[in-house]
Design a binder for this molecule. Sequence first.
Ligand SMILES: CSC[C@@H](O)[C@@H](O)C(=O)COP(=O)(O)O
Ligand SMILES: [Zn+2]
Length: 205
Amino acid sequence: MTEVSDRLWSGAVQDVIRAGQRMDQRGWVPATAGNLSRRLSDGRIAITRSGGHKGFLAEQDVIEIDPQGHPLDATQKASAETLLHTQLYAFDPSVGAVLHGHSVAATVLSMVMPGASLTLAGYELLKVFEGQSTHATSIDVPVFDNDQDIARLAGVVAPSLGKMPAGYIIRGHGVYVWGRDMAMALARLEGLEFLLACELERRKA
Ligand SMILES: CSC[C@@H](O)[C@@H](O)C(=O)COP(=O)(O)O
Ligand SMILES: [Zn+2]
């Protein structure tokens, strides 16, 4: 590898490590939950190794996969949910980072609300999502039933691609959020998690 491509890779790895730490600080990646990825400007994809704690990632816990989700080094095990990342990268070339967390709010709300989507309306923070310029609006966040068969789950998510400005929720499991870069993905994740926490509070009131 050239020096430039090494530098690009290191930058992506640091983005993933720092985002994992941030998600851990917020309580969104308990135990070994969650996964994070970043697409480099040269098209390479860096994703977390399966099974580690995402708040304590080391450089070797971030591995390279091809666009189909296969690790370049076949001895390494990429996230069990890699396909949910690669389908977002394949659908939209502008996506540069994908984050998945397991917050209390996403888990509880999606279990107590039986519907296929959760509506977020009237919040100033809705403006963090693509194309939103006012609080006087509403966004439907799709809620897909959980499935241990990730290829099948990706098939259920597929028809909604391009129509999810705030990401999506997997019932009783967690959220998927993305952005053009890691900063944007983190901002959207924080926005969505804040609004889910608000919705949870409102249901207690
Ligand atoms: C701790 S159980 C969580 C896993 O089943 C999964 O949902 C998850 O988010 C992490 O899986 P991983 O394979 O480490 O990316
Ligand atoms: Zn998960």
